[in-house]
Design a protein around this ligand. Structure first.
Ligand SMILES: Nc1ncnc2c1ncn2[C@@H]1O[C@H](COP(=O)(O)OP(=O)(O)OP(=O)(O)O)[C@@H](O)[C@H]1O
Ligand SMILES: [Mg+2]
Length: 511
């Protein structure tokens, strides 16, 4: 690759938040037409740096040059005018508006004085198609799931013809197939001479797609290197200051009595479309049951039905022999289901509440948090401090609002809370999404410990390696049905992939 002109230069960018120096004199150079990866542990300052670059957060110090010219962004609008586009870690879309309305927002095509909605639907549809971002321009945002929301964010930046695209953990919400699609898009953009800043925790992605890598640690640049001159091991050491063991753990285990039993479950959505079709599965003591599948194959609806967030059309769900179908979410939690939801923002946490409140939320009626009928504040705080410590959650203190936490640290809050209660069954959806390599290893250890203590886990993950590494048995879901049950010792990602795309189907899966 020939060296392009300098597209962006950051000089001495510094941002202090109460109790944390999020960016500490960061200087870096990004060349036109390169895919530049930014990596670092949770809380290292990656998103903060990108928010500063995109005009969302004002730095305390430092300067930004775009193609050699010093800029001072007062808002994202200034950044957009300078040719920058951003796909956020937390999506910024209007829930009640359509995809097309969100994409063209502020840049609506007009006919005379009027917004030309037909043309915006057409333009957005064409744009989506040309980049292979399969999405319906007239769908309402609130009806979309995370993977689709991200594609809308990408469309929004492309619609504004961004020269520089900033992607904050874009692959965290994608299936392997969607990720390959995204990489195709990124390569096409690079071939056009566009520049991409790409944040990820997955070092294999860094190796696969980037030209250069910058490593942040505790707000500072600790390493900057051409991708061809580095390795995942070297990057991981630069990120953490130590080497991380990411090898698979599959200890022998003893499977006990049945805990959660789902039998002939059918779930139709509000439009009468069957999302879950005759699904039967059992989670036993000492078992991690993995469910693999392409996003949209019904896993989400299955989990929502199990947790009481979605009505069941037919079939039964029992927990330790007790029928739970008539119980609501709280009732099911009381009965012994803990839940790490896929969407940690909308379902998993309360943004404006403190970290310590979020660490016991949904469990506040437990006796250990009560004192003569009142909330025992000291117990709550002790609990919070313990979990912050155990999970190494980077917060200024237990009172910090979770809205201010980095993405991975918020995920750790949700996982820590749900694992802390030793519920008989943990339902874990994408439990390590957005967390760094070290934290991901730690969470895996906790899930295995949960299993080894004779409890059960139902694990839904878009990461096949995670499913393979943790599960004691694997189900593959396709088109609402369980199409295969596989032994993790006897299968691999290729075989699972075939079932996931519907290319293969076992006789009929019954447990
Ligand atoms: N608005 C804010 N108020 C206070 N502190 C903040 C705010 N935004 C970020 N921080 C803190 O700044 C530090 C860096 O956060 P940042 O979101 O940049 O990390 P990150 O590298 O993106 O991490 P992750 O991988 O988890 O997304 C964290 O300790 C975070 O709690
Ligand atoms: Mg971040």
């Amino acid at each position: 690759m020939t060296e392009g002109a300098i597209e962006l230069e950051l000089r001495g960018i510094t941002k202090q938040y109460p109790g944390v120096l999020a960016n500490d004199a960061i200087s870096m150079t990004v060349r036109s037409g390169e895919i530049h990866a930014i990596v670092g542990e949770n809380g290292a300052g990656k998103s903060t740096l990108m928010s500063i670059l995109f005009g969302l957060v004002a730095p305390d110090d430092g300067e930004i040059l775009v193609r050699g010219e010093r800029v001072q962004f007062k808002s994202a609008l200034d950044a957009i005018a300078s040719g920058l586009g951003m796909v956020h870690q937390a999506f910024q879309l209007f829930p009640t508006m359509t995809v097309a309305d969100n994409v063209v927002y502020g840049h609506e095509p007009r006919r005379g004085w009027f917004i030309d909605r037909a043309s915006s639907v057409r333009q957005v549809g064409d744009l989506a198609k040309s980049y292979g971002l399969g999405i319906d321009p007239s769908a309402r945002i609130e009806h979309l799931r995370v993977g689709a929301l991200q594609r809308v964010e990408i469309l929004k930046a492309l619609y504004r013809d961004a020269r520089v695209l900033i992607l904050d953990e874009p692959t965290a919400v994608l299936t392997p197939q969607e990720r390959d699609g995204l990489f195709e898009v990124l390569r096409r953009l690079r071939a056009d001479g566009r520049t991409i800043l790409f944040i990820t925790h997955k070092l294999n992605e860094v190796m696969a797609i980037s030209d250069r890598v910058t490593v942040l640690r505790r707000g500072r640049v600790v390493h900057e290197v051409a991708t061809s001159d580095t390795s995942p091991a070297e990057l991981s050491i630069a990120m953490t200051g130590r080497s991380v063991d990411t090898s698979r753990r599959r200890a022998e285990h003893a499977v006990g009595a049945s805990l959660l039993e789902v039998s002939h479950l059918r779930v139709d959505d509000a439009d009468g479309i069957r999302r879950v079709d005759d699904v039967s599965l059992t989670v036993h003591e000492g078992e991690i049951v993995g469910v693999a599948g392409v996003t949209g194959s019904g896993q989400a609806e299955l989990i929502e039905a199990i947790m009481g967030l979605r009505p069941v059309t037919d079939g039964t769900i029992t927990l330790q022999g007790e029928d739970v179908v008539h119980l609501d979410l709280r009732g099911r939690r009381d009965a012994g289901l803990a839940y790490v939801p896929e969407d940690r923002h909308r379902v998993g946490s309360a943004a404006l509440a403190s970290t310590s409140q979020n660490l016991f939320m949904a469990y506040q009626w437990q006796r250990r948090f009560q004192r003569r009928g009142w909330l025992n504040r000291r117990a709550v705080e002790r609990h919070a401090r313990e979990l912050i410590d155990t999970y190494d959650i980077k917060v200024a203190g237990p009172d910090q609002k979770v809205a201010e936490l980095s993405g991975g640290n918020l995920q750790k809050v949700v996982v820590a809370r749900e694992l802390a209660h030793d519920a008989p069954v943990l339902i874990a959806e994408q439990p390590t999404r957005g967390v760094d390599v070290g934290a991901s290893e730690f969470i895996h250890g906790q899930l295995v410990a949960h299993r080894d203590a004779g409890r059960g886990v139902l694990l839904v993950s878009a990461e096949l390696w995670e499913i393979l590494a943790l599960s004691t048995t694997i189900f593959v879901m396709f088109d609402g049905r369980l199409v295969a049950q596989l032994d993790p010792h006897e299968t691999d990602d290729v075989e699972i992939g075939l079932y996931m795309t519907g290319a293969n189907e076992q006789q009929r899966v019954h447990t």
